[in-house]
Design a binder for this molecule. Structure first.
Ligand SMILES: [Zn+2]
Ligand SMILES: [Zn+2]
Length: 115
């Protein structure tokens, strides 16, 4: 999310953990300025893709990255912010983007089944 401080400066924060965007932390933007950071993406990817956990959207909820309501694929919920969800499609897409991004050291978490 984008926030405007009292002094007018604009800052960017991960929608899921509210970490501020800085040089160290890789981030991916979704629709309408939503953002997921590399740390959250690693957790979300491991849970949704490797562990096949997650839960479907409840009525009125939506993935903050694609803003689609009622998607049936599993969603990862922010551990600190209730109802802030990312669908598996967005998590996989974002992981693919960051994985290829040469400006960041982020890579997809390894599959525990292959470790
Ligand atoms: Zn985060
Ligand atoms: Zn989504």
């Amino acid at each position: 999310m984008q926030e405007t401080g009292t002094d007018g400066t604009i800052s960017f924060h991960c929608d899921f953990c509210r970490a501020a965007w800085d040089e160290e932390l890789a981030m991916v933007e979704g629709h309408r300025g939503s953002i997921i950071c590399g740390r959250c993406l690693s957790v979300a990817y491991a849970e949704l893709v490797h562990l096949r956990s997650g839960r479907p959207c409840q009525p009125g909820e939506k993935c903050v990255l694609c803003l689609e309501e009622g998607r049936e694929d599993p969603h990862w919920e922010s551990p600190t912010r209730d109802g802030v969800l990312a669908c598996r499609r967005c998590v996989k897409q974002s992981a693919g983007v960051l994985h290829k991004d040469k400006d960041t050291a982020w890579s997809k978490p390894p599959d525990p089944a292959e470790a």
